[in-house]
Write a protein that binds this ligand. Sequence first.
Ligand code: SAH
Ligand code: SF4
Ligand code: F3S
Length: 480
Amino acid sequence: MERRCDRPTAYGVPARILSRKVFITTYGCQMNVYDSDRMTDLLAAHGYARTAAAEDADLIILNTCHIREKAVEKVYSEVGRLRHLKEARAAGGRPLILAVGGCVAQAEGEEMRRRAPAIDIVFGPQTYHRLPALIAAARGGSAALDTEFPAADKFGALPKERMASGVTAFLTVQEGCDRFCTFCVVPYTRGAEASRSVAAVLAEARRLVARGAREITLLGQNVNAYRGTGRGGRRVGLGALIRELAEMPGLVRLRYTTSHPADMGDDLIAAHREVAELMPFLHLPVQSGSDRVLAAMNRRHTVADYRRTVDALRSARPDLALSSDFIVGFPGETAADFAATLALVEAIGFAQAFSFKYSARPGTPAATRSDQVPEGEKAARLQALQSLLRAQQAAFNRATCGRVVPVLFERPGRRAGQLVGRSPYLQPVHVEAAPALLGTVAPTAIEVVGANSLGGRLVEAAAPRAQTGPVDQDGRGQYR
Ligand code: SAH
Ligand code: SF4
Ligand code: F3S
């Protein structure tokens, strides 16, 4: 038990132990980013400050992701590297605790400590609120493993305050997934779908706004399956939650991710029509353009269903742009199936997309299929798909040129006098603008289109003209 010193800090923590440092490496999706931030909040209340230098840390946390090929091996090799640091530190009399959390930890459990005894703590995405007890156990020399799916509310056990402050923030509203796509590990690592109550989400959003957030992205592994308890104990969907949040003074932009096409209900689509704060940019993973493959993936929607949903969204919000995820080379995918994916991409037109070669994930149904697609074929298909998607993204960005778009300014740019913000479509925009504009939305004329970002100029009368730099022959500027 720590003895409290006489000088408590802002977090009510003895100043004597505030000198401890935690280094966190985050892999995977935005939900892991959110979780790492919440671990930071929790550990701050226990005397740990976050550091950007592993060498400086008393506690190192690897917050892992299990979605990609060789995910497990990569964690063990990272642990192998950190073992040397740990040994050097033990020899120097300042012990280092090594903790592995996230989806690999959840999947591997006890096996992790057997394979890599340098790991002191193994915990899952549903048990990180118990980190302080795990750390105490590890410091006392006991095994510290916790990969349960506790029934108690993790969020309720976390500190109310959020340390991270920024113009944009993530807020997890839903966790887990009941869909069991046959390629995916998430239902096994994150557990069953569960939603936070409307009151809990509103309270956290209010605190984020008080700390300067102007845009909130609502997160969930299957976020549009959100069914939270609202007023009078009524269960409400994501559309209703978005409408409530949109009323919050100071909150000017809302987004949500990631959605499943089959959970895109009428009320949520209507929210895109009615709620101006909801940005017209939606990540709606389709995975494949072949009904045969979609059925084998257990996606529970057809290509026609997806197209109908997109049509409904676009008629609700004509300026809506789409992003998506694709998997190529799912077991049994033929050349004709893949051609259907390319045809769907042509038909929809995506502003942005992520595409992956199918990777057999241990424990998932598709991994045991005997009709795996050869590696070379997967690579060729990925290349073809990515070149089409890149062309669509470039065309989308080019189409922004000459338009005036609202930009929410997030941070100072690298050049003096410049700010970086985001368009409604998440495109980074570099603009010459006064620091006072941070956290505000200003109409900006787009003048330069780079591969990864845009350059623009404030259109308000008093605004100085931005130095947008040269545009080279293929129309791409300096912001590559
Ligand atoms: N909740 C998200 C999925 C998270 S995983 C959703 O339902 O969209 C993010 C993406 O990784 C998936 O959309 C899929 O395209 C890809 N992915 C997941 N498992 C994969 C696998 N076994 N092989 C290749 N890509 C995979
Ligand atoms: Fe994975 Fe499918 Fe659930 Fe998304 S919907 S998390 S791809 S099982
Ligand atoms: Fe990865 Fe787990 Fe997210 S497997 S993608 S960190 S839910």
